[in-house]
Design a binder for this molecule. Sequence first.
Ligand code: DGJ
Length: 730
Amino acid sequence: MKRILFTIILISAALVSMAQVRVTTPNLELVLRAEKGSGLQVQHFGGRLSDTDLENLSAAGVPNHNAYPPYGFWCPSEASLAVTHADGNMSTVLKVEGVSQEEDDGAQITRIRLKDTVYPFYVTVCYRAYQDVDMIETWTEIENLEKKPVVLTRFDSGYLPIRRGDVWVSHLYGTWANEGRVVQERIEPGMMTIKNKDGIRNSHTDHAEVMFSLDGKPQENAGRVIGAALCYSGNYELRIDTRDTDWHQFYAGINPDNSAYTLAPKEIFVTPELALTYSDEGLSGASRNFHRWARNHKLAHGNELRKILLNSWEGVYFDINEPGMDQMMADIASMGGELFVMDDGWFGEKYPRLTDNCALGDWKVDRNKLPNGIGWLVEQADRHGISFGIWIEPEMTNSVSELYEKHPDWVIKAPERDALQGRGGTQLVLDLSNPAVQDYVFGIVDGIMTENPRIDYIKWDANMSLVNHGSQYLPKDRQSHLYIEYHRGFAAVCDRIRAKYPDVTIQACASGGGRANYGVLPWFDEFWVSDNTDALQRIHMQWGTSYFFPAIAMASHISAVPNHTVFRTTSLKYRIDVAMSGRLGMEIQPKNMTDEEKELCRKAIADYKTIRPVVQLGDIYRLVSPYDGHNMASMMYCSQDKSQAVFYWWKTETLYDDHLPRVKMAGLDPSGIYRIHELNRIDNEPLPYEGLAFTGKFLMENGLEIPLKHKVDYHKQNDWSSRVLHLVAE
Ligand code: DGJ
């Protein structure tokens, strides 16, 4: 990696007098006061400042808050860091020792080294400011140069004061099959905590990302918004403390619950990155910043178009066999798909995986189901002109498995107690803090890929929480390191996999959307949004998930009806129109589809190919929220050059004589002239504006009328209506 040192400023005379450090991206600025011998303070986080504004910033009123407040010397305040020093002193006081700024691979890196006033104990507060996207990542490096170990009981990644007023927070709560639900609430005095303690998966109960709307009730396309995403795969804690000051105080980091960390002399504890953005174009504006940053920097192959796939899970579940897999491959190929993924159920020799109660860890093909092995399947995929992918769950085992029989010491369990077991009554989590287990997990992927180098895609699942606290590897006095060491082990394995297999596409699945976070995504190309594939509920879940994650990362599949989770029957057109707003795929048994249904899917796949770059690489504009009670939802993507857009409209409730709003579009070039073409058309007659052109200005000021129903033959009528319009500038 090219590293150009353009400035190293060890507090110079000029800087001492100014003491202001600017951390900037094209449209975003963080200003810090970093005077040698004083505390590090945040002065501004928001839009770029002029030199005049900067000069007079203090007079205008700045928070004067410690940028990384440690515990113990002004105890009533919340702290970012809490340390018990080697001699038992629980207080820390940090003062600026030096500042450096350098350029690293298109980003400006600022490092501010702080030292305790008494102890040889250091914290370096770091910022990475991207020069191509409006995102600043912050993290800290906590270094113990005391003679003996110190104990860290809190270790946030970052802190930000947010001026009080009518500030609202948007966050995503949920559970299995209901991930990414939007919650929006005004921030009131008191402490608000959003946290996760699952141990393995961290985006089911809530998300490690939030948005703050600074100008009252959140709006999609107006108002100032600060967005924050903690890039960590494990337990996290986000706190918003509102006390007797004019500032909300936002803290984010690893959840310190049951995770006291003993930091040995000379050891450096590096906290995960907290990514911060700002937009004056509402929630959608902040989302666009997150999406660009994700595609350019945080997502594996973030700017490469994804294949359209069929996954076997909802089609056949564990009922895997050669003719069945071959038929599914032939079917997806005939509909224009590009990849087939064989899900759970293909493995287990001694304990064949017929259901979910055995064999995790025994990654040997079940020859009763697949006599010719994986190689044969890859060859058949090739014959059908598509790629082949495979499901694994490498962090787990079952107590009924050959692996567990050989290595009972590899599972996470509390000492002196039998382990609580999960899925199937037998599932257990492997102890990734143990290097031998790391080697083994790496070896699973390495083995499969070495034997079948043409495997194109891996679905990496994780279906259990860390329900037993106890590592059989970590020493007795380091048991509280388990949560952290597990995720260090996970990172080490992922690094090794990516070093050896940089090109394979990997999906992060964790009982559906349990791993939608930026701590995981650098190694993964996408995530499974939810095990719930019901189109209506997906509109809600994908809406929330899109706050922080781009469509290219959101796997969204057409499935069968009645839906297997909520048992709702929606029309195929509706399911297609929803799935086409993310990374399109199918999760269905094509054998059970009629020729007419297959034809609709074939056409949809062909159409998706034409809009794929706009959906997967474009800018999002959410227009009408499904949460706002308008009985419909609408959003669009615009290509970065605004030459194309895709507009989605979904009815979410059907009431006779309902009066739905006319949706104004957004993100277009006002002077551009856009020709309209409806995709996935099922109506007997085209829309009145089919093939006609309108200016971007007209479409953004007026929108187009969308009929409440489809004009189809009587027997085809149903209560689901939706539209996808492709806009192409002339
Ligand atoms: C949970 C995942 O979310 C599903 O998509 C599927 O892969 C199953 N596991 C397989 O056991």
